[in-house]
Ligand binder design. Structure first.
Ligand code: 6R9
Length: 572
């Protein structure tokens, strides 16, 4: 029998009484834990690493690195030492100063983390890039930000068109026997001899920390700039939402090329002094479960796409591993389908907690906390210190149960500082000066839970009804043969739009018209007649971003034979 009630998790949590805290919490209460309270100056890398290396956590494991061909463990003391070394290489050989843009373009490896932390210690602004980016994607980002230094590997270096990037002075390559010239430097060679002492650059809270490029549906990707001040919220949410406690072993599956892989793959966990697992290599259900088993992962942060793939891989794989160390599971990036939560409860014995936020918001804003009831399909409630509303197109606040634009009251600590070189774009996010408008469509229910419907551009208008693609997709994946589904509105002369579903089947099912009909009926009887897809197309794979989001705009462009826009963040 399926369990439908998902009451709060028993046990002790960092945040026990949400309603009460929500009433009186102010962000300056969260600042008291940091050194700038005394000095006025700060450096996130100091707070995340050195602070622990200098206290009782010095010999605590900070990083378990796990790759099919490399397995290493580092304490906080080690990370302090190695990030200092990396900082010295960047400073002495790369001439990196405060405010310079330092890009990191490589697969996850310990060196990536040393370099990123080392650059932050120098007051530089780091720009992490997915290793899968091709030449144009790399060029756009380095060009826009006028990057001075990039750290990469021998396999990727040819994708950096350095002759077209006048600001780029140094390319560090992490690999064996690197041939040096004016521009190209052997990172590991300099790293070996670099000093383990480094003078940290103490910066202001509003000084630049990280640039994450994110692409919208049109135009070039934009550089979202975050500043050191964001750490207040990285830290506080790692406590409240990830619920990290001293003995936890935490694993965030995201790559640092995506904001989840930095805010919650680096900053949040280390600001709280937690043991952090980093797994390199490609997704494979066996390797993922093995990672949980090997390190005894207790808190696990991943994305719906990965959970859906694990679900499709079947119980045989799950049953081979001991996953009983897990105590808290979270998800981000896309709406979390109810079916996935049910599956998670069956196989792990735990709820999966959905969390909502964006590159631009820097940290989690609307979440399911361990102390709350979960309503399947809802992204939860705003965190203490966050005011969230649904606005109509004129900026009026809508009452419960009406779909509109999800907006947040300006001024939370991790809000983007600006869009690099594009003040106009930055300003376009705000309405009536006080609301940050997310571009997501959602509604609020009477009990204060928010329900995601889709990106505003993805909401479907069919025969006078507004339908969010998410609820149709969630119903579709309840059907046993459906592994993943992407739903779009297709223009129709009579209905305005009709619903079209692209479906990837679970291995072993045949793509027949009869199956399409059964799926259609399933949605019709289980959700609503108007929400049943009039057209279904089977495909091997759905187009997704590297962070696992289904790219509905690409499905739509394909369907209509229109240009697909920027595809730099699409998976192979
Ligand atoms: C962290 C991250 C942001 C967009 C966001 C929304 C979607 C993220 C979600 C979610 C439904 C959730 N999104 N979390 N939708 N439920 N829990 O994902 O940042 O890559 O910038 O994407 O992702 O549409 O606006 P980013």
């Amino acid at each position: 029998m399926k369990l439908e009630a998902f009451p709060p998790v028993k046990g002790k949590h960092n945040l026990e009484n949400y309603e009460e805290l929500y009433q009186h919490f102010k962000w300056d209460q969260a600042e008291k834990d940091f050194s700038w309270h005394q000095t006025g100056k700060v450096n996130l890398a100091y707070e995340a690493i050195d602070r622990h290396a200098e206290n009782y956590r010095a010999n605590k494991v900070a990083l378990h690195y796990f790759h099919p061909s490399r397995k290493e463990t580092y304490t906080f003391k080690d990370l302090k030492k190695f990030s200092n070394k990396a900082g010295n290489v960047l400073k002495d050989v790369g001439k990196v100063n405060k405010g310079d843009r330092v890009f990191i373009f490589m697969p996850r490896s310990p060196e990536l983390y040393f370099a990123l932390l080392g650059a932050i210690k120098l007051g530089a602004i780091v720009g992490p890039l997915f290793e899968a980016f091709m030449e144009d994607a790399v060029k756009d980002r380095l060009h826009d930000s006028e990057a001075k230094v990039i750290i990469t590997t021998p396999e990727l270096v040819n994708r950096i068109p350095h002759t077209e990037l006048p600001a780029l002075e140094t390319i560090f390559i992490v690999g064996e026997n690197i041939q040096e010239d004016n521009k190209t430097k052997d990172f590991l060679h300099h790293f070996q001899t670099a000093s383990t002492d480094l003078d940290i650059e103490w910066v202001d809270r509003k000084d630049g920390l990280i640039l994450h490029y994110t692409s919208g549906s049109t135009g070039k990707p934009k550089g979202v700039l975050h500043v050191h001040n964001a750490m207040i919220q990285h830290y506080q949410t790692a406590k409240w939402v990830l619920d990290l406690q001293e003995d936890d072993v935490y694993w965030c599956t995201a790559d640092p090329g995506w904001v989840t892989g930095t805010s919650y793959g680096i900053f949040g966990p280390w600001l709280t002094g937690s043991t952090n697992v980093v797994a390199g290599g490609r997704f494979s259900p066996d390797i993922w479960y093995k990672t949980i088993e090997t390190f005894g992962v207790t808190v696990w942060y991943s994305a719906p796409t990965s959970f859906r793939m694990l679900m499709a891989a079947g119980a045989e794989v799950t049953e081979k591993y001991t996953l009983s160390s897990l105590r808290h599971i979270l998800s981000v990036g896309e709406p979390l389908n109810p079916e996935v939560i049910r599956w998670g409860f069956d196989v792990f014995g735990h709820r999966i907690h959905d969390t909502w936020w964006m590159t631009e918001t820097g940290a989690q804003l609307i979440c399911n906390l361990p102390c709350m009831d979960i309503k399947l399909g809802s992204m939860g409630k705003p965190l203490p210190g966050i005011e969230a509303v649904i606005l109509d197109d004129d900026g009026n606040i809508l009452p419960p149960n009406q779909m509109g634009n999800l907006a947040i009251k300006k001024g939370w600590p991790s809000m983007m500082y600006t869009i690099w070189n594009n003040e106009e774009k930055f300003n376009s996010y705000f309405q009536h000066d006080q609301w940050y408008v997310s571009g997501d469509s959602a509604y609020l229910d009477e009990e204060g839970y928010f329900w995601f419907q889709g990106r505003v551009d993805d909401v479907i208008m069919t025969a006078g009804e507004r339908v969010g693609p998410f609820e149709v997709e969630s119903k579709l994946i309840e059907f046993p043969a459906v592994a993943e589904a992407g739903v779009i509105g297709k223009p129709d002369p009579i209905r305005g739009e009709i619903i079209k579903a692209f479906i990837a089947l679970v291995d072993g099912y045949e793509k027949t018209d009869q199956l399409k009909e059964e799926i259609r009926l399933f949605v019709k009887t289980g959700l609503a007649a108007h929400a049943a897809p009039r057209e279904i197309e089977f495909c091997e794979k759905l187009p997704k971003t590297r962070s696992g989001k289904i790219m509905r705009r690409v499905l739509k462009a394909w369907e209509l034979g229109l240009p697909t826009g920027d595809l730099s963040t699409m998976e192979d």
